[in-house]
Write a protein that binds this ligand. Structure first.
Ligand code: DMJ
Length: 610
């Protein structure tokens, strides 16, 4: 058993800076510095002295637990930019330091024979070992590269060269209580990342934000500094990175950022073709908001939230939006509507940003909840169908808009949706509690039902194949659409005829979306079938993707055994897939869903305490 980290499984309403002791005098002097009055401190006039007394009084009140103004939010209903999380007073708003409990999640679970039991503790331990195996392979052959190529036993920089696997894996290691990996990854960040950021060229705004910035911020929040560097190291790197990423917003003539940033120059430009992806521009807000909250600088949140406020004003199809948007005109481009690639996390962030900002307790973000509710209605009306012959509920696409033909194509990426729907329905509470407290509207119940139905289709995408692993894309047989001879290879599957897998779509990239949804649905419904399904998927990963010399690999074709292997371990296998599996088999009090939101790369960020 690894030594536990100073990570709290219960005490989640803190930012890690809160457990670094600061005396009231230091707090006051820091605030004076912030307000640029420190130079007058010794020789102030009576008037200035009274102002200082007043400031001191306010600071004391804040430190005694004064709540934050719900108006301190980046965009109010009228779209006026203000500020998130009470940031005008910056760090003054932090509560006094508290030492969190030091029990690691798995230690807690092994002792717990009631809710979880030794069976799940042992399975969780297997996931932890898999993470160790994945990390060791990466460290051995690819340390400092973005990704491991496990078959060729070398590294590759597919994401701009910021050591993306290191940062993506860091908070997973913290959550698992893997002290040695936290030390290795953390030390690498401290020694190399700032320099890399200042030297590297082109990166994608979205990928860098969700993986690297999100990973750093989550590490900052979760770390107590016992292993690896002090938490402020993560925050300082995050700020430097975000300052450069801001050029994507500042260079664009509209609220829609450019997609690519040249880090060393702090300049940005559009993607080839000029368009940005809707999901990309609308899935950076959780990270930029949290950075503003902890840095005390509103600029990150202000820029990022302008995107959502702008999208609010654009015409939509029953809440659904095309997958491309132009940074030049600020308008959507084309009519292609889908919840798979380029569309997915737009919908995810609508509800998660609303939750992050306090949900119902914070009226300034009601527009996000409204946009989400309308979009999910649109999904149920325009995109949900049933397959034949066995009636799996799936979400298809509208490549030519609502007047064009429906396509029964579903990317594996869409499998984030069951989890998001369930989370949006109960706001992270268990279904039992939400029902008992009468908190579920008609819409919530509909969405919860759809979540469970869709999770079944996602799981069956694994179950129908010979390897037990899902393809990247599946088509569903319907009255209008059928194609023979394209089955997954598991003849005993009841749904073998319902799911069509085309030759070009048979790869598996170790993606997390289905296990992500199984995790959320298990937390919310407490139905153990979701755990059993997750375990089945984990075993298939172990059987078919584990590489002898170290690490795990993507596959070329999930419908044949043994599957032909690709040569890449994606960063999200450590950042997301193994994290969600670990949490699925563990205690509910670890990263509780009513206290944290996971960014779209599974980096947990705390919900604003309203
Ligand atoms: C991750 O980088 C994120 O989850 C993103 O939103 C979608 N794709 C991958 C994982 O599949």
């Amino acid at each position: 058993m690894s030594k536990s980290l100073p990570y709290s499984v219960k005490d989640v309403n803190y930012d890690n800076a809160k457990f670094r002791h600061r005396s009231p005098l230091k707090v006051l002097s820091q605030s004076l510095l912030t307000l640029n009055t420190k130079r007058d401190y010794a020789s102030c006039s009576t008037g200035k002295f009274l102002i200082l007394i007043l400031i001191f009084g306010i600071a004391c009140l804040m430190l005694m637990g004064t709540t934050k103004s719900p108006n301190d939010s980046p965009l109010n209903e009228k779209g006026k930019v203000t500020f998130v999380w009470g940031l005008r007073l910056g760090r003054l708003l932090r509560k006094p330091p508290r030492i969190p409990p030091r029990l690691s999640p798995d230690e807690g679970q092994l002792k717990d024979n009631t809710t979880n039991g030794p069976k799940w503790a042992a399975r969780q331990q297997s996931v932890k070992e898999a993470f160790d195996y994945a990390w060791s392979g990466y460290r051995k052959f690819a340390m400092g590269y973005d990704e491991l190529m496990p078959i060729s036993q070398r590294g590759v920089d597919g994401l701009g060269g910021l050591g993306a696997t290191v940062v993506d894996a860091l908070d997973t290691a913290m959550i698992m209580g893997h002290g040695n990996i936290v030390s290795e990854a953390g030390s690498w960040v401290e020694a190399h990342l700032l320099e890399r950021i200042s030297q590297k060229g082109q990166v994608n705004l979205f990928e860098t934000t969700i993986r690297v910035l999100g990973g750093l911020l989550s590490a900052y929040h979760l770390s107590g500094g016992d292993h690896g560097p002090k938490p402020d190291v993560y925050l300082n790197v995050a700020k430097d990175l975000a300052d450069r990423l801001l050029s994507a917003f500042n260079s664009s003539p509209t609220a829609v950022p450019y997609s690519d940033v040249i880090l060393r120059e702090s300049t940005a430009h559009p993607a080839p073709g000029g368009m940005s992806s809707t999901a990309e521009v609308a899935s950076v807000q959780l990270e930029f908001n949290y950075l503003s909250a902890v840095s005390g600088d509103p600029k990150y949140s202000t820029e990022a939230m302008k995107v959502l406020a702008h999208i609010k004003t654009l015409p939509k199809t029953e809440g659904l939006v095309p997958i491309y948007i132009s940074p030049h005109s600020g308008k959507f481009v084309g009519e292609n509507i889908r919840l798979g690639s380029r569309g997915d996390s737009y919908y995810e962030y609508l509800i998660k940003v609303w939750l992050q900002q306090g949900g119902k307790m914070n009226g300034n973000f009601t527009y996000l909840h409204d946009m989400y509710t309308e979009a999910m209605k649109g999904v149920r009306h325009l995109l949900v169908r049933k397959s034949i012959p066995k009636g799996l509920v799936f979400v298809g696409e509208l490549p030519y808009g609502s007047k064009g033909e429906f396509s029964p194509k579903m990317d594996h990426l869409v499998c984030f949706l069951p989890g998001t729907l369930a989370l949006g329905a109960t706001k992270g509470l268990t279904k039992e509690k939400a029902l008992a407290e009468n908190l579920l509207s008609f819409e919530d119940l509909e969405n919860l039902k759809l979540a469970e139905d869709l999770a079944k289709a996602c799981f069956e995408m694994y179950e129908v194949t010979a390897t037990g692993l899902a393809p990247e894309i599946a088509y569903f047989h319907t009255q209008e659409y059928s194609e023979d001879g394209l089955e997954g290879g598991n003849k005993s599957s009841v749904y073998a005829k319902d799911i069509v897998i085309k030759q070009a779509d048979r790869h598996n990239l170790l993606r997390p979306e289905t296990v992500e949804s199984l995790f959320v649905l298990y937390r919310i419904t407490k139905d153990t079938k979701y755990r059993e399904q997750g375990w089945q998927i984990f075993q298939a990963f172990e059987k078919h993707t584990k590489v002898k010399s170290g690490g795990y690999t993507s596959l070329d074709d999930v419908t044949e055994v043994p599957p032909h292997r690709r040569d890449k371990m994606e960063t999200f296998f450590l950042g997301e897939t193994l994290k969600y599996l670990y949490l699925l088999f563990g205690d509910d009090s670890v990263i509780p869903l009513d206290k944290f939101v996971f960014n779209t790369e599974a980096h947990p960020l705390p919900i604003r305490n309203t």
